[in-house]
Write a new protein. Structure first.
Length: 364
């Protein structure tokens, strides 16, 4: 068992080791936070420990995306599992699937990956008014259970965009409405459920990042603009606010509860545009600011078209069936690890009873 596990791990290491970052550097834009285009590198260690008893245990772990701004340069895993493999799910979501047979009293796996990333900025001068999108992008115009496209939401978004003409003008109006109207509610568990219909139709405007990002995405889709959430995790110090990520003086951080959901929308001539309306609301609450304070105006402006990259992106999966198929499905999202012991799903919001821990070290 141990030798088979070691050999599997070595194979993954060998394939990952040949990867090297190949950034197309974005034009550096000035901002009031001191964020630059200099790449940042983080080493992340995830540890999982399950207690299957006399049941089969299965674990699905989201692993980082490969994007122009975000490269995985090392990936490895080890443990006492019976089976472990990287599989692709819907929405081009990569997952490490791990399985333990009945009778394993202390099921363990450790996952280590290094990611190098660069701040994302947007040149809005390239935007066109064209709304003819590529076929793969059109997937993000469709509704899902938690991100519906329907007549009720179309009426709501029309009140927001009013006489705006171009997709970019509409996106700006929707973003402005979202960060002004919605607010962070720290009583919400985890990142929130992200039920956009309930949020918008029942006017429940308080929530956390998934709730706020899902409302933003739903409004965009109902305005005919492709959009998607990006689920991930904060991994280091933020230069905007400690509310957006923290670490000690050596760059080490316990990130077990640092999951965070951002968003993107598609504009012809530019491509996918980053946004983070949820962090505008988080900074506003954490620093006891109002929409009229200059810092919130700066944060609001920055997060429409930019991402500070102290955050690892996982996937955009919503309302989908895992591969291999889990007992309980479909899954709302995969920003957290998902596990089943027998037919029972573990509470991924509760890291202590699940059990898992995440740590990060920034490399200079």
């Amino acid at each position: 068992m141990q030798r088979r596990t070691f050999l599997k791990t070595t194979a993954v290491l060998s394939s990952a080791a040949i990867l090297s970052p190949n950034f197309t550097f974005a034009k550096e834009e000035s901002n009031p936070f001191g964020i630059t285009s200099k790449p940042r590198k983080f080493s992340i260690t995830n540890k999982y420990s399950l207690n299957p008893n006399e049941e089969i245990a299965q674990l699905w772990i989201p692993i980082p995306k490969e994007e122009s701004y975000h490269k995985v340069v090392h990936f490895a895993y080890k443990g006492n599992f019976q089976e472990a493999k990287v599989v692709k799910n819907n929405y081009n979501t990569k997952v490490l699937y791990v399985k333990w047979n009945k009778g394993e009293k202390n099921a363990q796996v450790e996952v280590i990956f290094d990611v190098i990333m660069q701040e994302r900025v947007t040149d809005f001068s390239k935007a066109t008014a064209n709304a003819n999108y590529p076929s793969d992008v059109k997937e993000y115009l469709k509704g899902t259970t938690h991100i519906p496209v329907n007549e009720n939401l179309q009426k709501i978004v029309q009140e927001i965009i009013k006489d705006k003409k171009t997709p970019l003008e509409k996106a700006q109006a929707i973003y402005d409405w979202t960060v002004t109207t919605m607010y962070r509610d720290n009583s919400v568990v985890g990142c929130g459920i992200g039920d956009a219909s309930k949020t918008l139709e029942e006017k429940i405007y308080g929530g956390k990042c998934t709730d706020i990002s899902s409302a933003f995405v739903a409004l965009l889709r109902n305005a005919g603009i492709p959009s998607r959430e990006i689920f991930g995790i904060r991994v280091g110090k933020s230069y905007i606010s400690s509310a957006c990520g923290n670490a000690d003086e050596k760059g080490f951080a316990d990130i077990t509860g640092a999951q965070h959901c951002r968003a993107e929308f598609y504009i012809d001539g530019i491509g996918w545009v980053p946004a983070d309306p949820a962090d505008v609301t988080k900074v506003r609450l954490a620093e006891k600011l109002t929409n009229e304070d200059q810092k919130i105006k700066d944060v609001k402006k920055y997060f429409f078209g930019s991402w500070e990259m102290n955050w690892v992106a996982f996937n955009s999966a919503r309302d989908f069936v895992l591969n291999p198929k889990s007992t309980q499905y479909p899954l709302n999202m995969l920003g957290y690890p998902y596990a089943e012991v027998g037919e029972d799903a573990l509470d991924y919001y509760d890291a202590k009873t699940f059990t898992y821990s995440y740590t990060s070290q920034e490399r200079v």
